[in-house]
Design a protein around this ligand. Structure first.
Ligand code: CDP
Length: 251
Protein backbone atom coordinates (compact mmCIF):
# COMPACT_ATOMS: atom_id res chain seq x y z
CA UNK A 1 0.00 0.00 0.00
CA UNK A 2 1.41 3.47 -0.80
CA UNK A 3 2.80 5.27 2.24
CA UNK A 4 1.86 8.83 1.28
CA UNK A 5 -1.01 9.44 -1.14
CA UNK A 6 -0.83 12.92 -2.67
CA UNK A 7 -1.65 15.38 0.08
CA UNK A 8 -3.83 13.17 2.26
CA UNK A 9 -2.30 13.69 5.67
CA UNK A 10 -3.82 12.66 9.02
CA UNK A 11 -5.02 15.45 11.30
CA UNK A 12 -3.11 14.08 14.29
CA UNK A 13 0.34 12.53 14.33
CA UNK A 14 -0.07 10.92 17.77
CA UNK A 15 -2.40 8.12 18.82
CA UNK A 16 -4.67 8.21 21.88
CA UNK A 17 -2.03 6.26 23.85
CA UNK A 18 0.56 9.00 23.21
CA UNK A 19 2.56 6.94 20.71
CA UNK A 20 3.34 8.07 17.18
CA UNK A 21 1.17 6.70 14.34
CA UNK A 22 3.62 3.84 13.73
CA UNK A 23 3.67 3.00 17.44
CA UNK A 24 7.01 4.66 18.28
CA UNK A 25 7.98 6.76 21.27
CA UNK A 26 9.33 10.29 20.76
CA UNK A 27 12.98 9.20 20.81
CA UNK A 28 12.58 5.83 19.12
CA UNK A 29 14.21 5.04 15.78
CA UNK A 30 12.47 3.02 13.10
CA UNK A 31 13.91 -0.51 12.69
CA UNK A 32 17.24 -0.32 10.83
CA UNK A 33 19.07 -3.12 8.99
CA UNK A 34 22.36 -2.73 7.12
CA UNK A 35 24.43 -5.16 5.10
CA UNK A 36 27.71 -4.61 3.27
CA UNK A 37 29.15 -6.30 0.16
CA UNK A 38 25.79 -6.83 -1.52
CA UNK A 39 26.77 -5.79 -5.09
CA UNK A 40 29.44 -8.05 -6.55
CA UNK A 41 30.30 -5.79 -9.52
CA UNK A 42 31.15 -2.75 -7.39
CA UNK A 43 34.36 -2.09 -5.42
CA UNK A 44 32.24 -1.63 -2.32
CA UNK A 45 28.54 -1.65 -1.55
CA UNK A 46 25.89 -1.61 1.13
CA UNK A 47 22.15 -2.07 1.47
CA UNK A 48 19.93 -0.56 4.09
CA UNK A 49 16.36 -0.88 5.26
CA UNK A 50 15.44 2.00 7.53
CA UNK A 51 11.76 1.80 8.36
CA UNK A 52 10.16 1.54 4.92
CA UNK A 53 13.15 3.04 3.12
CA UNK A 54 15.13 0.59 1.00
CA UNK A 55 18.41 1.94 -0.33
CA UNK A 56 21.47 0.56 -2.14
CA UNK A 57 24.85 2.30 -2.32
CA UNK A 58 27.68 1.19 -4.59
CA UNK A 59 31.19 2.64 -4.78
CA UNK A 60 33.85 2.62 -7.52
CA UNK A 61 37.33 3.94 -6.88
CA UNK A 62 39.99 5.04 -6.75
CA UNK A 63 39.92 5.01 -10.56
CA UNK A 64 40.54 7.22 -13.63
CA UNK A 65 38.33 10.26 -13.96
CA UNK A 66 35.69 10.22 -16.72
CA UNK A 67 35.20 12.75 -18.23
CA UNK A 68 38.87 13.58 -17.81
CA UNK A 69 38.39 17.39 -17.69
CA UNK A 70 36.94 16.94 -14.17
CA UNK A 71 40.25 15.54 -12.89
CA UNK A 72 42.25 17.59 -10.40
CA UNK A 73 46.07 17.35 -10.54
CA UNK A 74 46.52 17.77 -6.78
CA UNK A 75 43.66 15.66 -5.37
CA UNK A 76 41.02 13.07 -6.02
CA UNK A 77 37.39 13.95 -6.64
CA UNK A 78 34.29 12.49 -5.06
CA UNK A 79 31.14 12.23 -7.18
CA UNK A 80 27.82 11.22 -5.65
CA UNK A 81 24.73 10.26 -7.63
CA UNK A 82 21.56 10.00 -5.50
CA UNK A 83 18.59 8.67 -7.47
CA UNK A 84 15.07 7.67 -6.55
CA UNK A 85 13.60 4.81 -8.53
CA UNK A 86 10.49 5.77 -10.49
CA UNK A 87 8.48 3.33 -8.35
CA UNK A 88 9.94 4.48 -5.02
CA UNK A 89 7.16 6.98 -4.27
CA UNK A 90 3.38 7.07 -4.78
CA UNK A 91 3.33 9.63 -7.60
CA UNK A 92 5.48 8.00 -10.32
CA UNK A 93 8.73 9.94 -10.11
CA UNK A 94 10.06 11.20 -13.44
CA UNK A 95 12.97 8.97 -14.42
CA UNK A 96 15.33 11.87 -15.20
CA UNK A 97 17.18 13.22 -12.15
CA UNK A 98 15.42 16.33 -10.87
CA UNK A 99 16.56 19.33 -8.86
CA UNK A 100 15.91 17.53 -5.53
CA UNK A 101 18.13 14.57 -6.51
CA UNK A 102 20.93 16.92 -7.56
CA UNK A 103 20.64 18.79 -4.27
CA UNK A 104 20.72 15.59 -2.22
CA UNK A 105 23.69 14.25 -4.23
CA UNK A 106 25.57 17.44 -3.36
CA UNK A 107 24.64 17.25 0.33
CA UNK A 108 25.73 13.64 0.62
CA UNK A 109 29.04 14.47 -1.10
CA UNK A 110 29.59 17.32 1.37
CA UNK A 111 29.08 14.88 4.25
CA UNK A 112 31.42 12.24 2.82
CA UNK A 113 34.30 14.43 1.62
CA UNK A 114 35.65 15.28 5.09
CA UNK A 115 36.08 11.59 6.00
CA UNK A 116 38.21 10.77 2.93
CA UNK A 117 41.88 11.52 2.21
CA UNK A 118 41.25 12.95 -1.25
CA UNK A 119 44.54 14.86 -1.20
CA UNK A 120 46.36 11.50 -1.42
CA UNK A 121 44.70 10.58 -4.74
CA UNK A 122 45.55 13.15 -7.46
CA UNK A 123 43.92 12.61 -10.88
CA UNK A 124 41.56 10.03 -9.44
CA UNK A 125 37.85 9.69 -8.80
CA UNK A 126 35.66 8.02 -6.22
CA UNK A 127 32.08 7.52 -7.36
CA UNK A 128 29.16 6.71 -5.10
CA UNK A 129 25.87 5.60 -6.64
CA UNK A 130 22.87 5.66 -4.32
CA UNK A 131 19.59 4.13 -5.46
CA UNK A 132 16.46 4.58 -3.37
CA UNK A 133 14.09 1.70 -4.15
CA UNK A 134 11.37 2.62 -1.66
CA UNK A 135 11.13 6.01 0.08
CA UNK A 136 9.43 6.98 3.32
CA UNK A 137 11.09 10.09 4.75
CA UNK A 138 14.70 10.73 5.73
CA UNK A 139 16.26 9.33 2.57
CA UNK A 140 19.05 11.94 2.49
CA UNK A 141 20.15 10.85 5.97
CA UNK A 142 19.76 7.16 5.24
CA UNK A 143 21.68 7.63 1.97
CA UNK A 144 24.57 9.40 3.70
CA UNK A 145 24.75 6.63 6.29
CA UNK A 146 24.65 3.75 3.79
CA UNK A 147 27.08 5.50 1.40
CA UNK A 148 29.68 5.82 4.17
CA UNK A 149 29.33 2.11 4.76
CA UNK A 150 29.83 1.32 1.05
CA UNK A 151 33.04 3.43 1.04
CA UNK A 152 34.31 1.46 4.03
CA UNK A 153 33.36 -1.81 2.32
CA UNK A 154 35.46 -0.72 -0.70
CA UNK A 155 38.49 -0.61 1.62
CA UNK A 156 39.04 3.08 0.98
CA UNK A 157 41.09 4.70 3.76
CA UNK A 158 38.73 6.82 5.88
CA UNK A 159 39.08 8.95 9.00
CA UNK A 160 35.83 7.52 10.36
CA UNK A 161 32.29 6.77 9.34
CA UNK A 162 29.59 9.43 9.11
CA UNK A 163 26.04 8.86 10.37
CA UNK A 164 22.94 10.93 9.73
CA UNK A 165 19.43 11.29 11.08
CA UNK A 166 16.49 13.69 10.81
CA UNK A 167 14.94 15.06 13.99
CA UNK A 168 11.94 17.34 13.99
CA UNK A 169 8.75 18.60 15.53
CA UNK A 170 5.33 17.01 15.06
CA UNK A 171 2.15 18.23 16.76
CA UNK A 172 4.38 20.46 18.93
CA UNK A 173 6.62 17.62 20.18
CA UNK A 174 10.28 17.00 19.37
CA UNK A 175 10.91 13.56 17.87
CA UNK A 176 13.70 11.61 16.22
CA UNK A 177 13.67 9.97 12.80
CA UNK A 178 10.61 11.37 11.03
CA UNK A 179 8.67 9.02 8.78
CA UNK A 180 7.39 10.29 5.42
CA UNK A 181 4.00 11.30 6.87
CA UNK A 182 5.65 13.02 9.84
CA UNK A 183 8.03 14.84 7.49
CA UNK A 184 5.16 16.14 5.35
CA UNK A 185 2.54 16.85 8.06
CA UNK A 186 4.86 17.91 10.89
CA UNK A 187 6.08 21.43 11.75
CA UNK A 188 9.84 21.05 11.41
CA UNK A 189 12.41 18.72 9.91
CA UNK A 190 16.11 18.95 10.72
CA UNK A 191 18.50 16.52 8.99
CA UNK A 192 21.82 16.21 10.86
CA UNK A 193 25.02 14.30 10.04
CA UNK A 194 28.04 13.75 12.25
CA UNK A 195 31.59 12.74 11.29
CA UNK A 196 32.84 10.55 14.09
CA UNK A 197 36.62 11.21 13.94
CA UNK A 198 36.13 14.78 15.19
CA UNK A 199 32.45 14.65 16.23
CA UNK A 200 31.69 17.60 13.98
CA UNK A 201 28.37 18.22 12.31
CA UNK A 202 28.76 17.90 8.55
CA UNK A 203 25.09 18.44 7.67
CA UNK A 204 22.52 20.67 9.27
CA UNK A 205 19.49 21.54 7.20
CA UNK A 206 16.21 22.95 8.33
CA UNK A 207 12.73 23.02 6.94
CA UNK A 208 9.74 24.34 8.88
CA UNK A 209 9.02 26.37 11.97
CA UNK A 210 11.39 26.45 14.93
CA UNK A 211 12.84 28.86 17.52
CA UNK A 212 16.60 29.22 17.60
CA UNK A 213 16.46 28.07 21.26
CA UNK A 214 15.11 24.74 20.03
CA UNK A 215 18.32 24.02 18.15
CA UNK A 216 20.34 22.89 21.17
CA UNK A 217 17.54 20.59 22.25
CA UNK A 218 17.30 19.13 18.77
CA UNK A 219 21.05 18.48 18.70
CA UNK A 220 20.93 16.78 22.12
CA UNK A 221 18.01 14.66 20.99
CA UNK A 222 19.88 13.59 17.85
CA UNK A 223 23.08 12.61 19.66
CA UNK A 224 21.89 9.40 21.29
CA UNK A 225 20.21 8.14 18.12
CA UNK A 226 23.24 8.98 15.97
CA UNK A 227 25.39 6.86 18.29
CA UNK A 228 22.96 3.93 17.85
CA UNK A 229 23.09 4.30 14.06
CA UNK A 230 26.90 4.38 14.17
CA UNK A 231 26.90 1.14 16.15
CA UNK A 232 24.67 -0.56 13.55
CA UNK A 233 27.08 0.58 10.82
CA UNK A 234 30.07 -0.85 12.70
CA UNK A 235 28.23 -4.12 13.43
CA UNK A 236 27.33 -4.60 9.77
CA UNK A 237 30.96 -4.11 8.72
CA UNK A 238 32.15 -6.56 11.36
CA UNK A 239 29.57 -9.15 10.44
CA UNK A 240 30.91 -9.31 6.86
CA UNK A 241 34.36 -10.25 8.18
CA UNK A 242 32.97 -12.75 10.68
CA UNK A 243 31.07 -14.43 7.80
CA UNK A 244 34.18 -14.44 5.56
CA UNK A 245 36.27 -15.94 8.36
CA UNK A 246 33.66 -18.62 9.01
CA UNK A 247 33.53 -19.50 5.30
CA UNK A 248 37.34 -19.66 5.21
CA UNK A 249 37.27 -22.07 8.15
CA UNK A 250 34.74 -24.29 6.40
CA UNK A 251 36.87 -24.56 3.19
O1 CDP B 1 13.80 11.83 1.92
P1 CDP B 1 14.13 13.12 2.61
O2 CDP B 1 13.30 13.33 3.87
O3 CDP B 1 15.59 13.29 2.87
O4 CDP B 1 13.79 14.29 1.58
P2 CDP B 1 12.44 15.14 1.39
O5 CDP B 1 12.63 15.89 0.09
O6 CDP B 1 12.13 15.89 2.62
O7 CDP B 1 11.31 14.05 1.13
C1 CDP B 1 10.60 13.46 2.17
C2 CDP B 1 9.87 12.26 1.64
O8 CDP B 1 8.90 12.67 0.68
C3 CDP B 1 10.72 11.25 0.87
O9 CDP B 1 11.49 10.42 1.70
C4 CDP B 1 9.65 10.50 0.13
O10 CDP B 1 9.02 9.56 1.00
C5 CDP B 1 8.65 11.61 -0.21
N1 CDP B 1 8.81 12.06 -1.60
C6 CDP B 1 7.79 11.76 -2.50
O11 CDP B 1 6.80 11.15 -2.12
N2 CDP B 1 7.92 12.13 -3.82
C7 CDP B 1 9.03 12.77 -4.26
N3 CDP B 1 9.13 13.12 -5.54
C8 CDP B 1 10.05 13.11 -3.36
C9 CDP B 1 9.91 12.74 -2.02
Amino acid sequence: MPLIINDEYPEKLFREDGKRLDGRDLNELRPIKMEVGVIKNADGSAYMEWGNNKIFAAVYGPRDVHPHHLAKPDRGILRVFYRMATFSVFDRKRPAPGRREKEISMIVADCLEPILFLELYPDTSFEVFIDVMDADGGTRCASTTVAALALADAGIPMKSLVSALAVGKIDGKKVVDLSGIEDKAGEADLPIAITWYNEEISLLQFDGDMDLDDLTEFLDLAKESLAKIHQIQLDSLKSKYVTLKREEGEN
